[in-house]
Ligand binder design. Structure first.
Ligand SMILES: Cc1cc2nc3c(=O)[nH]c(=O)nc-3n(C[C@H](O)[C@H](O)[C@H](O)COP(=O)(O)OP(=O)(O)OC[C@H]3O[C@@H](n4cnc5c(N)ncnc54)[C@H](O)[C@@H]3O)c2cc1C
Length: 309
């Protein structure tokens, strides 16, 4: 399937919120691209008994049906995570982990809310004292120092590349690196020391991070530990665009139309807050899909008027 250069609606997330948004935007004749992975949806491992009219069904089966349904309404799919979004005149430029850039007239964040902590000894105690969940926010505090970054996906790969330009030495700790092929190649060529097939067992230090111990018995002396699990930190993407978060900085803020404070940017599902339930994700996805399609249509009209077509 050929991916176009420009879409009316680009949706980050192939869970219930993103898929429902795709169905509603597609039925309004918007061109729709879904980015992300079905396997990374929280629903993938769930067994559902509390959704209207459906019970005793696996999440994996629901996602398979939802994907097929969105395809029927014309949606395209690209199984990559997004690592950057930037406004550019009348569109948003969405950059994927393979460095593909797609123009979007509107964007929907339907990225879920996955656990992003390691849950190991020392992590909570040393948060803000060497432990960080955001390379883009805190990387510059570690200029010239020795750091490690933990994670298997695009967030960790992208963070490694950033840190190699700032820190003294960078250790990437991953069970298995699973980012796009070109991003992985860049990481292998970056000069970072890669520890594959291991986990962090504990983070050491009293008032500040002094090191980490790994599951193979190795101890690394580092001053910074960056935990970048999953896809590119969604909240980082949102913050870089100027999207407002809630007061705890955990979720994207929207109104009842699922609009954020940035025109053309919508959000739906777990990323908008509790309860983390499929029924809520689907309802918000429906509203966001309709709103994003209408916004894109208006944008096209304005553009045509501006160029006098
Ligand atoms: C074990 C378990 C059991 C559950 N049981 C139930 C239940 O019984 N009933 C119920 O209603 N709910 C249940 N849930 C919750 C339900 O699965 C979630 O509420 C629902 O999946 C949220 O949908 P979502 O679309 O918001 O996010 P998700 O389904 O989590 O989808 C997130 C999507 O975002 C994508 N993504 C993330 N970052 C990026 C990025 N940077 N670029 C591109 N894509 C990105 C991922 O690849 C994924 O496709 C359960 C969850 C779990 C984990």
């Amino acid at each position: 399937m050929a991916i176009r250069d420009t879409y009316d609606v680009v949706i980050l997330g192939v869970g219930p919120a993103g898929l429902q948004a795709a169905v509603h935007a597609g039925r309004r004749k918007a061109s729709v691209l879904l980015l992300g992975s079905v396997r990374k949806s929280s629903l993938f491992t769930a067994h559902i008994e509390n959704y209207f009219s459906l019970f005793n069904i696996s999440g994996e089966e629901m996602l398979r049906r939802g994907t097929e349904q969105a395809r029927q309404f014309g949606a395209d799919f690209l199984e990559e995570s997004v690592i950057g979004i930037a406004p550019d005149e009348h569109v948003f430029r969405v950059t994927t982990e393979s460095a593909r850039v797609i123009a979007a007239r509107s964007v929907i964040f339907a990225t879920g809310s996955k656990r992003n902590t390691l849950g190991v000894r020392g992590e909570k105690k040393l948060l803000g004292r060497g432990v960080s969940y955001c390379v883009d926010c805190d990387g510059h505090f570690f200029r010239g120092q020795d750091v490690c970054i933990v994670g298997n996906e695009s967030a960790a790969a992208d963070g490694t590349l950033t840190l190699t330009k700032i820190a003294g030495s960078v250790h990437l700790i991953c069970e298995r690196l699973e980012a796009a092929a070109n991003l992985q190649e860049e990481v292998y060529a970056s000069g970072a020391v890669i520890h594959e097939g291991v986990r962090v067992d504990a983070i050491q230090g009293e008032d500040a991070v002094e090191g980490v111990s790994l599951s193979d018995g190795t101890r690394l002396a580092v001053q910074g530990v960056f935990i970048e699990l999953g896809a590119k930190g969604v909240l980082e993407l949102a913050l870089n665009l100027g999207v407002a978060l809630d007061s705890d900085m955990k979720y994207i803020q929207t109104n009842k139309q699922q609009e954020t404070n940035i025109p053309g940017i919508y959000a739906a599902g777990d990323i908008c807050g509790m309860p983390w339930q499929m029924a809520k994700a689907v309802g918000e996805g429906c509203v966001a899909g309709m709103g994003a399609a209408a916004y894109a249509k208006k944008q096209k009209g304005r553009r045509r008027a501006a160029v006098g077509e």
